[in-house]
Design a protein around this ligand. Structure first.
Ligand code: ZN
Length: 83
């Protein structure tokens, strides 16, 4: 995998079980607690896991951006899932 911005191959991945809930805030100041939002680029497959990749050279978060406001708003409608 190459960085989307600088083509570096130094891409790190962060993933972790969010056992106590995830707190996510939108640029408009709206907040969501509970499951990791699926529609804003910080989750890969399971709402209980925070997961993202970033470049160790330039800091670029990897993924599909921009995230439309519609997807951002969808994050607030997602229900928390229990394990
Ligand atoms: Zn980079």
């Amino acid at each position: 995998m190459e960085c989307l911005r600088c083509s570096s191959k130094r891409i790190a991945q962060v993933s972790g079980l969010v056992a106590a809930g995830c707190d996510w805030s939108s640029p408009a100041g709206e907040r969501k607690g509970g499951a990791v939002p699926l529609s804003v680029g910080i989750n890969s497959w399971d709402p209980n896991y925070l997961c993202f990749q970033y470049c160790l050279d330039c800091g670029q978060l990897q993924g599909q951006f921009p995230i439309p406001r519609k997807a951002e708003l969808r994050a607030f409608k997602e229900k928390a899932k229990t394990r």
